[in-house]
Design a protein around this ligand. Structure first.
Ligand SMILES: *Cc1c(COP(=O)(O)O)cnc(C)c1O
Length: 496
């Protein structure tokens, strides 16, 4: 690798079309503004002495300067619309433009959460229709639509479980929650947030829940288990029915983390597996954007065992009209959020479902699994899969193939034009590299991606250690100290 480790400084600091972008405070000035009004005529001051007597302190920029600043900044961000985004567990799939068009229809886009219900019957019908799809796909009788993210959906499910346990008079007794070592960090965090203590269930040699170890930990003090299926190693939990039976026999509930539902939607109904509650990340399985200017959506489906503990608000159809139920029933755990604020996510997810149909949703799951297995098969020539056999929707590698090289290949992927895969998660695998291509990627894209990774693996094994330590060399910024940025954020600009 040669690359621009040699310096050819430019006058501007720019490199070709890569513009060196300063802060708006640095390029703007208090003396400038985007508008140009003539001076006000002499008029009597009507502010009653409340007029500003110092500068407002905002950086003034002209309109074109403002546009350029923000457009350039936006281009420094990698996005699913720019290239493959192989982050395992995150399911970064294409957001179909049809969904965007539907979400922008003024009848959905311009709603106010306090609009009279008689004026928003169409929106309520859309929420109810989406809820029906989720109930049908999961085989569960109820769904809370208000959670704003996967983690929030977990909170909703665990609050329902807590309410159910308290209704049985066992609130003081059932204080433990069990979660596999491979669990996403939000699982234990949610359980702790609900006042439970968390204990890890070890994995067996095949990367799945060790059933015998789980059974040993069960007892009448266990409130719930939280298990992800397919799990975070990209594997289907084959003992899932036995796991559900064991926890139910012990009087506990089965919370399923449904973040990986995209691998089985249309093929498996979690309700048939004994699940009591499960969140669904609409931004993973149903292609809504991750982030992007508004609340997300992580609806939580509930089995009959938990349905009456569901939170408000929810939509109900009565006498041909749709009603937003705002008063909690006797057993409901109460209000989770003020509003259903995620109309944009609901419209996009339903557009995705309806444009695919149930057969299309099933094919999405099949294609996602096929793509992951293609990546696994191609990469295992140079890289070491963490487990034997086929995977589900994501391919997991460990770092045995890099042994004694001192190399970590994620940063070098940036130079190849890719966002790195998920690194060091799940924790049960040493030096984990988790790749999730999703159904979005074509064979051509996958071949290019695999070609890049195979080349990096070969270069690492051939001893190009220094080049890897320097990477990325083509990125506008190289090795950011993200820990310092998180721990000691500099949030205020001060003039030089
Ligand atoms: C993404 C994810 C979550 C959390 O979902 P958010 O929508 O990011 O809050 C939980 N568990 C697993 C396995 C996930 O992949």
């Amino acid at each position: 690798m040669t690359a621009n480790t040699q310096h050819h400084p430019t006058f501007t600091g720019n490199k070709a079309l890569q513009i060196e972008e300063a802060l708006s405070f640095e390029i703007g000035g208090l003396d400038r503004t985007g508008v140009d009004f003539p001076p006000a005529e002499d008029r009597a001051d009507r502010l009653g002495g409340l007029g500003r007597d110092s500068d407002i302190g905002l950086p003034g920029l002209s309109e074109p300067e403002t546009m350029r600043h923000f457009v350039r900044l936006s281009q420094k961000n990698y996005a699913i619309d720019m290239g493959p985004f192989p982050l395992g567990s995150c399911t970064m799939k294409h957001n179909p433009r049809l969904n965007e068009k539907i979400a922008r229809l003024p009848g959905f886009a311009d709603l106010h959460p306090l609009a009279p219900q008689s004026c928003v019957q169409g929106a309520l019908e859309l929420i109810d229709t989406l809820a029906d799809w989720l109930k049908q796909l999961t085989g569960m009788p109820a769904v809370a639509m208000s959670p704003k993210a996967g983690a929030h959906g977990e909170l909703c499910g665990m609050m329902a479980i807590k309410a159910a346990i308290e209704a049985r008079g066992e609130g003081a007794k059932r204080t433990r929650v069990l979660a596999p070592e491979s669990a996403h960090g939000t699982n234990p965090a949610t359980a702790v947030q609900c006042g439970f203590t968390v204990e890890a269930i070890p994995a067996d040699a095949t990367g799945r829940v060790d059933l015998a170890a789980l059974k040993e930990k069960l007892g009448d003090d266990v409130a719930a288990i939280m298990v992800t299926n397919p799990n975070t190693c990209g594997l289907f939990e084959r003992d899932i029915r036995a796991i559900a039976d064991a926890v139910h026999d012990a009087g506990g509930y089965f919370y399923c983390d449904g973040a990986n539902f995209n691998a089985i939607a249309g093929k498996v109904k979690p309700g048939d597996l004994g699940v009591d509650a499960m969140h669904i990340n609409l931004h993973k399985t149903f292609s809504t954007p991750h982030g992007g200017g508004g609340p997300g959506a992580g609806p939580t489906v509930l089995a009959a065992s938990l349905a009456e503990f569901a939170p408000v608000p929810f939509v109900e159809r009565r006498d041909g009209d749709y009603h937003l139920v705002e008063t909690p029933g006797a057993k409901s755990f109460g209000r989770l959020t003020a509003f259903h604020g995620q109309m944009g996510m609901f419209t996009r997810a339903l557009a995705y479902m309806m444009s695919h149909g149930i057969d299309g949703v099933r094919q999405v799951a099949e294609d996602a699994v096929l793509n992951a297995n293609y990546v696994l098969a191609r990469l295992k020539v140079e890289m070491t899969p963490a487990f034997d056999g086929y995977c589900m929707h994501e391919a997991l590698f460990d770092d045995r193939f890099l042994k004694d090289t001192g190399v970590e290949i994620a940063k070098a992927m940036i130079d190849e034009g890719y966002h790195p895969m998920t690194m060091y998660f799940p924790l049960v695998v040493h030096g984990a590299m988790l790749i999730e291509p999703t159904e979005s990627e074509s064979k051509r894209e996958l071949d290019l991606f695999c070609g890049a990774l195979l080349s990096l693996a070969k270069r690492a094994k051939a001893g190009a250690t220094e080049a890897f330590k320097a990477a990325p060399v083509y990125a506008p910024r190289r090795r950011l100290d993200e820990t310092a940025a998180a721990r000691k954020p500099v949030l205020r600009w001060t003039p030089a």
